[in-house]
Design a protein around this ligand. Structure first.
Ligand code: HEC
Length: 216
């Protein structure tokens, strides 16, 4: 083919695509991706087909990603408000557990896969994205470092009223990170039933207890 005819062909193809071709950032392409996923994924163990169903926040945030167009302020605000409303506060106002157990949960990356037994306890997988205790040198960096988390925020006594705002914020963030950050990449641990209230209390202690290695 001569260069001119290649050019002419490419121009015609581009013109046609403006009408109907699915490009990676188009809705049609994403719909095709969903079809491929649905056809190639099979339910096994606790990983059911419902994993492919996304809620409004996931849908809007993915759309913003593939279209390269950030959410509007109004959309972000709605996602934050809707997600904040889902937060369940701990019974008996008990926010803080045992930091030693918190470290074990933060280290544990198991859970929610087809090879995990039904009803098995999930880990928090926190080190996958965060630095936390100084002694653990293998950690991801997708999230900010949480080393000295409580200390840097002035928590010297978890029972002091001064600590209350940061305790509330941290609980809410762990329960449903989208309550503060519409398209947060952090799993919604409480909201999606990944971690239990008791596990969250232990993680709170890991981050906030002045005796925790995180705050040494
Ligand atoms: C898949 C990655 C990922 C995992 C796993 C993850 N996080 Fe995060 N986390 C993030 C990101 C990204 C941010 C920053 C964006 C945001 O605030 O939503 C964040 C923010 C936070 C914050 C707020 C920090 C601040 O200064 O406001 C806390 C607290 C936190 N994570 C704790 C945890 C704990 C505890 C775990 C484990 C139970 C965990 N994260 C697991 C990605 C992750």
């Amino acid at each position: 083919m001569k260069t001119t005819s290649i050019k002419a062909w490419a121009m015609t193809a581009t013109a046609l695509c403006l009408v109907s071709c699915a490009t990676p950032n188009s809705t049609a392409y994403q719909e095709d991706v969903q079809k491929v996923l649905a056809a190639s994924f099979r339910a096994e163990g606790q990983a059911g087909m419902d994993r492919l169903t996304t809620d409004e926040a996931n849908r809007l945030c993915s759309e913003a990603d593939y279209k390269g167009k950030p959410l509007s302020d109004k959309q972000s605000e709605k996602i934050r408000t809707d997600n904040f409303k889902t937060i369940q506060w701990p019974k008996n106002n008990q926010f803080i557990g045992d930091y030693k157990q918190g470290e074990v949960i933060a280290q544990d990356g198991r859970g929610k896969t087809w090879s995990d037994k039904e009803g098995s306890v999930n880990g928090g997988n926190c080190y996958n994205c965060h630095q936390i205790s100084k002694t653990e040198i293998s950690h991801g960096t997708l999230g900010p470092s949480l080393y000295n988390y409580g200390k840097l925020r002035g928590v010297t006594d978890v029972n002091s009223p001064n600590a209350k705002p940061i305790i509330d914020y941290t609980w809410a963030k762990l329960w449903n990170a989208r309550g503060y950050n519409a398209c947060s990449n952090m799993p919604r641990f409480g909201h999606n039933g990944i971690l239990t209230e008791t596990q969250l209390q232990h993680l709170m202690a890991l981050l906030l207890d002045p005796k925790s290695p995180v705050n040494q």
